[in-house]
Design a protein around this ligand. Sequence first.
Ligand SMILES: Cc1cc2nc3c(=O)[nH]c(=O)nc-3n(C[C@H](O)[C@H](O)[C@H](O)COP(=O)(O)OP(=O)(O)OC[C@H]3O[C@@H](n4cnc5c(N)ncnc54)[C@H](O)[C@@H]3O)c2cc1C
Ligand code: FES
Length: 256
Amino acid sequence: MKTYPVLRIIEHSPTVKSFYFERMTDALPGQFVNVWLPGLDEKPFSVSALGDDWLEISVKAYGPFSSAMMELKPGDRVGIRGPFGHGFSLQNDALLVGGGIGIAPLHLLAQALSAQGLRFVSLLGATNKSELIFATDFERRSERCFFTTDDGSMGKKGLVTDDVLQIISDHRIRFVYAAGPEIMFVKLKELLDPLGIDYEFTLERYMKCGIGICGQCVLDGSGARVCVEGPVFNRQALKEVTDLGLPHRDASGRRK
Ligand SMILES: Cc1cc2nc3c(=O)[nH]c(=O)nc-3n(C[C@H](O)[C@H](O)[C@H](O)COP(=O)(O)OP(=O)(O)OC[C@H]3O[C@@H](n4cnc5c(N)ncnc54)[C@H](O)[C@@H]3O)c2cc1C
Ligand code: FES
């Protein structure tokens, strides 16, 4: 494990920040790195953007680890290893559906799609305007960009899934990517399966080793390891998963 200093921090809101490091690795959209805070823990985070000489991750404060990340200052060192897992495939005529901090992996995907000249529309939702991270960049890169917020502070008030079918039909969408809360995936599957539209969702599970050894992140039904076969899964692979949207296993392996 090598450690790297935080080069720069962007505060999107008091509980959501992006951290820049030197570009110690390449990463495909959807891949993640494991971040180690000495004395605390190690947790996976999607790469949210890459520049010529920098790598960015974006973090939302939930519990002990992510809250400790919020306390980092430029110059503080953290361990980073990776990238791990399988990323998104790059498809044309796509819709990117991001909920909350799920917008982070879609940001690197939007970078990659636009670099390839592929056409896509974005639909991003969050609790409020300040958590709609990278909004301007998505607007710039997407053919169209739609926003929803729980409180109506930006875009339409409501859920990100409310207008999915309308957008698919208005914008000739043939592929859907999604990242965000798992309840959003359950709803999207209900909407997309009858249409026969292919999709890729990026899943999260509690991880320990991050390299396929411990079995902690295995999905019920398919037995796939999120850290190796995922975190991005396609429609075919998701068909076999039986714990989508259900409470996940904690560090002890028990469901909450
Ligand atoms: C492949 C992968 C990629 C990830 N990428 C990112 C990323 O880009 N940015 C990021 O902020 N986090 C990301 N995570 C989640 C991250 O690894 C941590 O799990 C998260 O920061 C919470 O850790 P914690 O110790 O602070 O809180 P915990 O003690 O683990 O969690 C506190 C509470 O918050 C809930 N919680 C944790 N994460 C979420 C969530 N995402 N949505 C809703 N509730 C949640 C837990 O169920 C628990 O109830 C990713 C996870 C995986 C597996
Ligand atoms: S975290 Fe150990 S197998 Fe995935």
